[in-house]
Design a protein around this ligand. Sequence first.
Ligand code: ADP
Ligand code: MG
Length: 238
Amino acid sequence: MADVTLNKLTKSFGPVEVIPELDLTIPSGSFTVLVGPSGCGKSTLLRMIAGLDDPTTGGMKIDGDNVLGKQPSDRGIAMVFQSYALYPHMSVRENISFGLRLAKTDPAEIDARVEEASKILQLDPLLDRKPKQLSGGQRQRVAIGRAIVRHPKVFLFDEPLSNLDAALRGQMRVEIMELHKRLKATMIYVTHDQVEAMTMADRIVVLNKGNIEQVGAPLELYDTPQTPFVAGFIGSPK
Ligand code: ADP
Ligand code: MG
């Protein structure tokens, strides 16, 4: 488990300031949902935590460790993308183990971790298939499996369910919440969906144009929104 601390973090793309200045501590072991309208900077923030993009200025710590300048693979994080980002020519087993093979993890250890992840996600019967032979929900499970085998301290999810139909989305929400209970890892989950935020989070961070509008438990935001934006965003029907 690890907390993530962002200290006066800013991000600009050329002249465009996407994140003006952000201070945020994400508690160890929490299920924190970053929610806000499309274009407000959610993915940018997650990519910076992952190390896929650098902040313009400011500091960032994971588990007390200054991670700026560290490679994504050295940050103790794993990220799950909306697009799944699976390798089409690799089997499920190869997709899940790819990062570990790259890191030259001991083959017996790789097998053990793939077995553990496929048990948790019920992927056993699918390990030899290629991604195109899987349903959307199964593909998303593989993407989550690839994160689990790395034993990260922090999971980052960027709108992982947006490509799934409503019924499957509901089921996967429950599965991800169960995963959180089971692994006791810190999870940072990005969505633009108020319902997803309200049902999954133990803590919600509402973002608007790169600024934090409010941080709190779902009911706290619902009952006592501190800004008209939060009231409108959390209160508005989907
Ligand atoms: P969200 O995930 O909340 O929808 P993003 O973080 O993807 O928002 O984008 C926030 C803003 O930053 C948007 O206005 C987007 O156009 C801009 N942006 C994101 N990535 C880049 C980039 N690589 N170059 C220029 N602008 C970008
Ligand atoms: Mg995004």
